[in-house]
Ligand binder design. Structure first.
Ligand SMILES: CC(C)(COP(=O)(O)OP(=O)(O)OC[C@H]1O[C@@H](n2cnc3c(N)ncnc32)[C@H](O)[C@@H]1OP(=O)(O)O)[C@@H](O)C(=O)NCCC(=O)NCCS
Length: 142
């Protein structure tokens, strides 16, 4: 199992659009929304097993704040701990900073995953999209 930086190449895009089909606009990937406000500064990370991409996420950094988004695990590999391994790697790498994320309020599996890594709901922070909640993991949590 390896945790590495990855590029938004064909393999990643295929898996990404499988998980986030709403990012296809007029038949094409909506790269502006996929990379989000961080544009080409967005850092993509992947979890691979035997070169197969199993999970990915995006990190954006603004001042001393880290934003985590686009978290996804291959639908055929869910419930086997890969989301947790990915979060563990992100927390180890960026846990010296506050990490923020948005999650849809009905996405209880993702919320369970985030709570497991000490993310907590914070009210109205950074104006999340409608129907989403903002969570933060404060830096240096033991
Ligand atoms: C959310 C997601 C990343 C979780 O990935 P995963 O690899 O299945 O996660 P894990 O196997 O590490 O499980 C994480 C926790 O969720 C729980 N969980 C996983 N699948 C579950 C299910 N089907 N029902 C209930 N709980 C579940 C596990 O019990 C685990 O907690 P535990 O280890 O304390 O028992 C994955 O479901 C996914 O890609 N969802 C679609 C994209 C998405 O919603 N991303 C988040 C956007 S904010």
């Amino acid at each position: 199992m390896s945790f590495t930086t990855i590029q938004l190449d064909h393999d990643l895009l295929k898996l990404y659009l499988n998980i986030y089909p709403e990012m296809i606009k007029n038949g094409s990937p909506d790269y502006n929304s996929i990379n989000g406000i961080f544009g080409n500064q967005a850092r993509w990370y992947g979890l691979k097993q035997n070169e197969k991409l199993l999970a990915f996420c995006t990190i954006g950094i603004l001042d001393d704040k880290v934003f985590l988004y686009n978290v996804g695990v291959d639908p055929n590999s869910r419930g086997r701990g890969f989301g947790s391994i990915l979060l563990d790697c992100i927390v180890k790498k960026y846990g010296d900073k506050d990490i923020f994320l948005f999650v849809k309020k009905e996405n209880r599996i993702a919320i369970k995953l985030y709570r497991k890594f000490n993310f907590e709901y914070i009210d109205n922070a950074f104006a999340p999209p409608i129907g989403e909640l903002c969570f933060v993991r404060m830096k240096n949590i033991i």
